[in-house]
Ligand binder design. Structure first.
Ligand code: SF4
Length: 268
């Protein structure tokens, strides 16, 4: 065997790394509820004038310096665009530090047209491992809050301000939140929730573009592009060892939200 043959039989470290990244990418998409991808050997040709574009031709966004096109009315088309958006997010490299600290992106879970969307700040360690938001200890508490409201986790949409885990679970920086804003806005346009619940100061301040404290923001409705937003404390803040006594205030906030949604308010 000559030197060339010997080298060609050795595993290519770049290929192994590429395979690892591809696995993580697919795991992230699966966690976001995406089980298929459009396949094409050739880049799709642009749609002819007057012709309806195919899924492969649908742009996720217009050029970054132009406004994104309005989200389509058709539910299936929005679901496809959301899948393509999750795919784009999975390959995003905008935040240098987060790209290094994340195992995978955590896009979001839930159905298109979910009535209610919960937004947190960023994935934690468990979320980063599983590719799904709010699945750690705080997520289990969120599940109990959702259940206490008479809903199921599967019927609400859940996502974060940033889609990658910050190192050491620090808060996302303003720059990182700004980098990810385009994804969040499009995600909300495509899912079209009728109500939003912002969990914690970071989510509430970034979503609403304010520096007011969560103590001042919580307990009343705000507006995000015509969608009523209730702000409340992050479930992680309510865990033992932090401020479990704030659960009562969260419950008050959730009752106000349920009332505005026209749903039964437990205990009333
Ligand atoms: S946080 Fe958002 S903008 Fe930053 S790298 Fe992750 S997906 Fe990209």
């Amino acid at each position: 065997m000559n030197e060339k043959d010997r080298l060609s039989e050795q595993p290519d470290p770049n290929a192994a790394e590429l395979a690892r990244q591809l696995h993580q990418h697919l795991d992230s998409l699966r966690a976001a509820g995406i089980y298929w991808l459009p396949v094409s050997r050739e880049p799709a040709a642009p749609a002819a004038e007057g012709e309806k574009p195919t899924a492969q031709q649908l742009p996720l966004f217009a050029a970054s310096d132009a406004a994104a096109p309005p989200a389509p009315d058709d539910r299936e088309q929005r679901r496809r665009e959301l899948a393509l958006l999750a795919e784009r997010v999975a390959g995003c490299q905008r935040c240098t530090e987060l790209v290094v600290s994340r195992s995978r992106t955590v896009f979001g879970v839930g159905p298109i047209d979910a009535e209610l969307c919960f937004i947190g700040e960023a994935p934690g360690a468990t979320e980063d491992q599983r590719g799904e938001p709010f699945v750690g200890e705080a997520g289990q508490l969120l599940d109990r809050i959702i259940a206490a409201c008479g809903m199921r986790r599967e019927e609400v949409y859940i996502c974060n301000i940033v889609k990658c885990r910050p190192p050491g679970n620090r808060l996302p920086t303003a720059q990182e939140a700004g980098n990810c804003r385009e994804y969040l806005e499009r995600q909300l346009e495509l899912v079209r929730p009728k109500f939003i619940c912002a969990l914690g100061a970071c989510a509430a301040q970034n979503l609403l573009g304010t520096s007011q404290s969560i103590g001042k923001l919580r307990g009343r409705f705000h507006d995000y592009k015509g969608i009523p937003v209730m702000c409340t404390y992050h479930p992680a803040f309510l865990l033992p060892g932090r401020s479990p006594h704030k659960k009562r205030e969260v419950w008050e906030d959730m009752k106000k939200l349920l009332q505005r949604m026209g749903r039964p308010v437990p205990g009333r």
